[in-house]
Design a protein around this ligand. Structure first.
Ligand code: COA
Length: 145
């Protein structure tokens, strides 16, 4: 990169990635409920929200994953994503795909993301999820605020 290119790049970064943006894009949020599970997310491209990880450490298939996801939706209410929630999971993780589908996400296989095999992209509009889970969100909000 030439010195002129470096200056242009620096100017671009200063204009578009000021302190506020850096904080916004670097910020990872999570809910960690010891003995139950955790969910982790961050701001991603287009000011959407990337779901980085969800794991239920208690008995699975008893609704805890659903509750964690609903708690995340509630947390985002103050500062919702521009459009969607998205994330990636390994294609061999069929349980995760069943889970995201049941939650209302569209899942589609993509190649070239992980060295050991294909990945599955899951996406859903935030507003759609809030409508789909409206009643359950209200109940979860009462319990966890
Ligand atoms: C994915 C995960 C978080 C789901 O949590 P959970 O508490 O078991 O999920 P829920 O009980 O809320 O399930 C909600 C729905 O998802 C689907 N689902 C969940 N587990 C499933 C399974 N083993 N097989 C088929 N469908 C499943 C079902 O439709 C289920 O509804 P139902 O039980 O009424 O049929 C959990 O399996 C987990 O921690 N997996 C390991 C970590 C992981 O792979 N995380 C994903 C990283 S991208």
């Amino acid at each position: 990169m030439s010195a002129q290119d470096k200056d242009l790049f620096k100017a671009f970064m200063e204009e578009h990635y000021d302190e506020q943006n850096r904080i916004r894009y670097d910020k990872i949020d999570f809910i960690d409920e010891p003995g139950v599970g955790k969910i982790v997310w961050r701001r991603g491209t287009g000011d959407n929200v990337e779901l980085l990880d969800i794991e239920v450490t208690s008995q699975r298939r008893t609704g805890q994953g659903t509750i964690l996801l609903l708690r995340m939706l509630n947390s985002l209410k103050q500062n919702p994503p521009d459009s969607s929630i998205f994330g990636f999971t390994r294609t061999k993780n069929t349980i995760a795909q069943e889970f995201y589908s049941a939650m209302g996400f569209t899942v589609q296989e993509i190649t070239g993301l992980y060295p050991e095999g294909s990945a599955t992209l899951f996406t859903a509009e935030y507003d759609m999820l809030c409508v789909k889970w409206k009643d359950q969100l209200a109940s979860v909000r009462k319990i966890y605020l």
